[in-house]
Design a protein around this ligand. Structure first.
Ligand SMILES: Cc1ncc(COP(=O)(O)O)c(C=O)c1O
Length: 544
């Protein structure tokens, strides 16, 4: 009898647990704890001398071509980026972020040699149109998009910032009481989001924290759901895997665009909210595609707007049915895809929407918009049970006036025109560049979500990460994640884009010529990964 009762209690729990396991993506990114454990196991080792150029067992003649190309680029970088590199080197010792980003531009086995010989400056002095200029006076077409902030072109933001300074000057840094711009921003953001209330924060990370905290407060449930690979800032609960030294106990990472995940949402009673970063539509279940992880050519991406919209609709329905708060994290894509953001673009409404980046008109910001019942930070019937969220610099006058200017300009005919035929423009550009790359026999293809692009490689290679340096040599500026993410601002004209496309193809040609894309039937992605695993195991036991 006792046994039967215990079984009756245990079975549903077990089945709920199994459903959760089934809803995890099979990749490591889907298994945060395992990923963290494995990351701690990976030993450092590196390729030096000849092995740097022959990690794929290419013939000596190919290795020699690679070496010659590498030395040529090294000389070119030394001559062309002298001042930028000098200031970078002088500062790096005291700037942890710079040390981190330069160490993680390429797979770690190659990193030290690359850092020694292909020094890239971490400084720029000015921006103009779609270009940035470094300390040596070199102009680059900007494909960094300032981490996504730059939607309308740098000059647009300079104007917003100038106007903001003029408008906020009389008040200065007074905090607590609001600048009148706040009233305008609240009105406009309510219209844009279609939601009742707004709260202002200093970064996207903070705004996401607040959206999750509110969800937990109002649902009285503990857990948040995020989808495999999705970035939501660097707060611990939304970054349960590698990069966060402590486990996130109240986070479930589920498989994106999968029925099993909906099953978990239907079944569990501890889920407060689901976080969606619509950027994942470009590469569901895959993380930020940095070139430091580009050890082979298995990186893939493909955007299917209809399929993602349908997934969001299904998610919406389950969240409504289960009273789970659906949060759209539009920090990256908001205002880039459509004036009404991802809600408008995919035709699905969220309960809370988080914006950031571009909305600050060039200044740092995070914003939560939400339904009144979810945004409320206290309970009328329990006065001591509050949901606290303050921040010294929230609603800073200069940020608020820049945001007001951003929102004002969003309504101008010139900016409205940017959105007309936006996807056709960027899909057409991607398709034309892909056709050119294919016609040249280059093993490189682009996938895009509107103006957000990612590069994939069509034949197995251990050296794809070199492409970022050939692109740089052609005057294209990439962020530290390299070819994993290229971000165009919407002020790229057809001529600007053609110039980028020409340089892109020229970079590919040079890289091909220098032998980096040598291939062999035995060189498969799987063989590459196996070999790296063997090297790691051998290194771990000191036999490598
Ligand atoms: C979707 C998303 N959410 C949140 C964040 C965090 O924003 P911030 O870097 O302003 O803290 C980012 C930043 O890239 C993001 O892309």
């Amino acid at each position: 009898m006792l046994g039967a009762t215990a079984l009756a209690v245990a079975l549903p729990k077990l089945s709920t647990r199994l459903a959760l396991s089934r809803a995890k993506h099979r990749s490591l990114a889907g298994h945060s704890r395992m990923a963290r454990r494995l990351a701690a196991f990976i030993p450092f080792y590196e390729y030096d001398g000849e092995r740097f150029f022959r990690s794929d067992d290419a013939p000596a003649e190919i290795a020699a071509r690679r070496q010659a190309g590498f030395l040529r680029l090294s000389g070119l970088f030394r001559a062309r980026f002298a001042e930028s590199v000098r200031v970078t080197a002088e500062t790096a010792d005291g700037l942890s972020d710079l040390q981190f980003t330069s160490a993680y531009r390429v797979p770690f086995q190659f990193s030290r040699t690359v850092r020694e010989h292909l020094k890239t400056g971490g400084f720029v002095q000015s921006s103009d149109g779609v270009t940035v200029t470094d300390l040596d006076g070199n102009r680059f077409y900007d494909l960094t998009g300032a981490y996504g902030v730059n939607v309308f072109g740098y000059d647009f933001y300079k104007d917003c910032m100038d106007r903001a300074s003029a408008d906020a000057r009389a008040l200065g840094p007074v905090l607590g009481a609001y600048h009148p711009a706040v009233a305008d921003n609240v009105r406009r953001l309510r219209e844009i989001s279609g939601l009742d209330e707004v709260s202002f924060h200093m970064s996207g990370t903070e705004a996401v924290m607040q959206a999750v905290r509110l969800s937990r407060y109002h649902t009285r449930r503990t857990h948040l759901v995020r989808f495999c690979g999705a970035y939501h800032g660097w707060w611990g609960d939304v970054q349960p895997g590698i990069g966060n030294p402590v486990p996130a106990h109240e986070t479930f990472t589920l498989e994106d665009m999968h029925e099993d995940s909906l099953r978990v949402l239907r079944r569990r009673r501890d889920i407060a909210c689901v976080l969606v970063n619509p950027l994942q539509a470009l590469h569901p279940n895959a993380g930020v595609a940095g070139d430091s992880a580009l050890v082979d050519s298995s990186r893939r991406a493909h955007f299917d707007r209809a399929a993602y919209a349908e997934w969001l609709q299904r998610l919406r329905a389950v969240c409504t049915e289960r009273n789970i708060v659906l949060i759209f994290d539009e920090v990256f894509v908001g205002f880039r895809l459509a004036p009404g953001g991802a809600q408008e673009y995919f035709g699905v409404r969220a309960d809370l929407v988080v914006y950031g980046k571009t909305l600050g008109g060039g200044f740092p910001v995070g914003v939560v918009c939400g339904r009144h019942d979810l945004m409320k930070r206290y309970r009328d019937d329990r006065p001591a049970d509050i949901c606290f969220a303050r921040g010294t610099f929230n609603a800073h006058p200069y940020v608020m006036t820049a945001m007001r200017e951003f929102l004002r300009r969003l309504d101008t005919p010139a900016i409205r025109a940017c959105y007309e035929g936006l996807d056709e423009t960027w899909n057409g550009r991607a398709a034309r560049l892909n056709a050119r790359l294919a016609a040249e026999g280059l093993p490189v293809q682009i996938a895009n979500l509107s103006s957000i692009w990612t590069v994939s490689y069509t034949q197995p290679s251990r050296y794809n990460w070199m492409f970022q340096y050939y692109l740089r040599a052609e005057g294209l500026a990439l962020s530290w994640v390299g070819t994993g993410r290229l971000i165009f601002s919407l002020n790229y004209t057809a001529a600007d884009f053609e110039a980028v496309a020409d340089r892109f193809v020229a970079a590919g040609r040079a890289m091909l010529q220098d032998g980096w894309w040598w291939t062999d039937p035995a060189l498969t992605n799987r063989a590459i990964r196996r070999r790296i695993l063997r090297e790691m195991l051998a290194q771990r036991w000191q036999r490598f």
